[in-house]
Ligand binder design. Structure first.
Ligand SMILES: [Fe+2]
Ligand SMILES: [Fe+2]
Length: 292
C-alpha cells in the first residue's frame, strides 16, 4: 500500500457517549459520536465519526462545545447500528451543505436484527435511508476498502478477523436470499490517524471487529509500529472472562500510549484495562477533548 502520510496534529472531541463527566452540562445517550479534526500544514479537515442515536442531544452538546455543524467536512459511519447512525439525516440538514461525503461500508443499509429478547431491527433506521441521506446533502462513499480522508487520516475499511478469540459480542442476524443468517458485522470500520512524531491513533465506535484485529489492521495500513492511543467503544461488555483476559494481554503487547474506552466496553473490561494500564487508561465520556 502506498504511504498513507502523516498529520501534524489531531484533535478529538467526544460529542456523544453513554455518560458525561462529573459536574458537566453535557447530555448522555447510548451511542457515540466524535469530531475528528485532522491538521496538516494549513489544511484542516473536520470529520464527524458517527452520530449517536439522538441528534437533539448531539446538536445540544455541539452547541455547548462551540462546534458549528456547517464546518463539518465529512461524515463517517462506523457500522449500521442505530446507536451510531440514527439522526444522520437531521445532522446533514443542520449542516445545510451539499455534496458532503458520507463514508461507510457497502453493506451499511442491509437488514440487521436481534431476535432476543424479541425481534427488533437495530440497523440503519428508515429516517436515515440512502435516499434521505442523498436528498439531505450527503454523497455516499460505500466501500469495504480503506479510504483516505486526507494524508494521515483514513478509515480501516473492512477489518480482517485475524485473532481466534475476538467476537462480535452480540447475536445479530440478517436475511440473505430469503434465509436468516448470523451477521458478523463486517461493516464495522474504524478511523486511523497517523500523527507526526507520535504514532497512530485508532478511533473505534463499537469495535465489533475486535480491538486487536482493528489495531493490527491500522498498523499494517499505515506501516507504523507505534500506537499512540486507542479511543472509543471496545464492545467487551459480554466478553467471556478468558477472552477479556486475552484482549488485555494482547493490548499490553501492542503497548498503546493511552487508552480511553467506554460505550460498549463494559464496566468489567474498564476495570481490567485500568488495572493493566493504570493512569494510561481513562473512561470515555461526552465532552472530553484530546490533542495529539
Ligand atoms: Fe454501539
Ligand atoms: Fe454496535
Amino acid at each position: 500500500m502506498e504511504q498513507t502520510g502523516r498529520l501534524d496534529k489531531l484533535r478529538i472531541t467526544v460529542l456523544a457517549e453513554d455518560s458525561v463527566p462529573y459536574e458537566t452540562p453535557y447530555l448522555a445517550q447510548h451511542g457515540v459520536s466524535f469530531l475528528i479534526e485532522g491538521i496538516r500544514g494549513d489544511v484542516i479537515r473536520r470529520v464527524l465519526f458517527d452520530v449517536g442515536q439522538n441528534s437533539q442531544a448531539l446538536l445540544y452538546n455541539m452547541r455547548l462545545l462551540n462546534i458549528v455543524p456547517s464546518t463539518i467536512d465529512a461524515i463517517v459511519l462506523s457500522h449500521c447500528h442505530y446507536d451510531h447512525t440514527q439522526g444522520v439525516v437531521d445532522v446533514l440538514k443542520e449542516m445545510g451543505k451539499s455534496d458532503v461525503p458520507v463514508i461507510a461500508h457497502q453493506d451499511l443499509f442491509r437488514l440487521h436484527f436481534l431476535v432476543r429478547p424479541f425481534l427488533r431491527h437495530v440497523g440503519v433506521m428508515q429516517g436515515d435511508s440512502r435516499e434521505k441521506i442523498e436528498s439531505s446533502g450527503g454523497t455516499l462513499f460505500l466501500t469495504s476498502d480503506p479510504l483516505m480522508i486526507m494524508p494521515g487520516l483514513l478509515t480501516t475499511g473492512e477489518v480482517k478477523r485475524q485473532t481466534d478469540f475476538e467476537e462480535v459480542g452480540i447475536d445479530l442476524k440478517t436475511i440473505e436470499d430469503g434465509q436468516i443468517k448470523d451477521d458478523p458485522v463486517l461493516d464495522d470500520i474504524s478511523l486511523v490517524a497517523d500523527v507526526k512524531d507520535k504514532g497512530i491513533v485508532v478511533v473505534t465506535c463499537c469495535g465489533h471487529a475486535g480491538i486487536i484485529n482493528i489495531t493490527r489492521q491500522a498498523m499494517e495500513l499505515t506501516e507504523e509500529s507505534k500506537v499512540e492511543a486507542i479511543i472509543g467503544g471496545l464492545h467487551l461488555i459480554d466478553a467471556t472472562e478468558p477472552n477479556l483476559k486475552r484482549t488485555v494481554e494482547e493490548l499490553t503487547q501492542l503497548n498503546p500510549g493511552w487508552i480511553c474506552a467506554g460505550h460498549c466496553t463494559g464496566f468489567k473490561a474498564q476495570v481490567e484495562l485500568y488495572l493493566a494500564f493504570k493512569e494510561r487508561f481513562s473512561p470515555l465520556h461526552a465532552g472530553l477533548t484530546f490533542e495529539v
